[in-house]
Design a protein around this ligand. Structure first.
Ligand SMILES: [Fe+2]
Length: 150
């Protein structure tokens, strides 16, 4: 049975994966929406950077040990690195799918945190889920017709 800290380490790995993946998209996106998407991906990797630090420091605050190497992040993330996505739409859809996976995973953690009486962790994750759900809506509105599912 994983602890809340174990679950948070998975989220820490996911934020680190996204931090790198969103840089890849920021650099390689092309097309008529380049300027908007280049800027959006930068906003999102900045959000990943601040969120990963919040998650790591929450792990420390509850007596856990945040994982801190790239190998650990790759071993523990639920997401996958950037692949062959080459069009703006493929990149958008990959980010939307990752955010959906991430929100589902965070929902599981809030159940565990609630059972453990850890409302502060639930609050932190609720904030992250609120932001990702907003981004899923905006990215979906930008992409071509992918249904919103959160
Ligand atoms: Fe840049």
């Amino acid at each position: 049975m994983p602890t809340v800290a174990d679950r948070l380490n998975i989220h820490l790995a996911d934020w680190n994966l996204l931090y790198t993946k969103l840089h890849h998209y920021h650099w390689y996106v092309t097309g008529p929406n380049f300027l908007a998407l280049h800027t959006k991906f930068e906003e999102l990797y900045d959000y990943a950077a601040s969120s990963l630090d919040e998650v790591a420091e929450r792990i420390l605050a509850i007596g856990g040990k945040p994982i801190s190497t790239l190998k650990q992040y790759l071993d523990q993330t639920m997401l996958t690195e950037a692949g062959k996505e080459s069009t703006a739409d493929e990149m958008l859809n990959a980010v939307i799918r990752d955010f959906q996976t991430f929100v589902s995973s965070m929902k599981e953690t809030t159940k565990l945190a609630d059972e453990s009486g850890d409302a502060v962790t639930t609050d932190l994750l609720n904030g992250h889920m609120e932001e990702l759900q907003k981004q899923i809506w905006m990215l979906t509105a930008t992409s071509k017709g992918l249904p919103v599912k959160v």
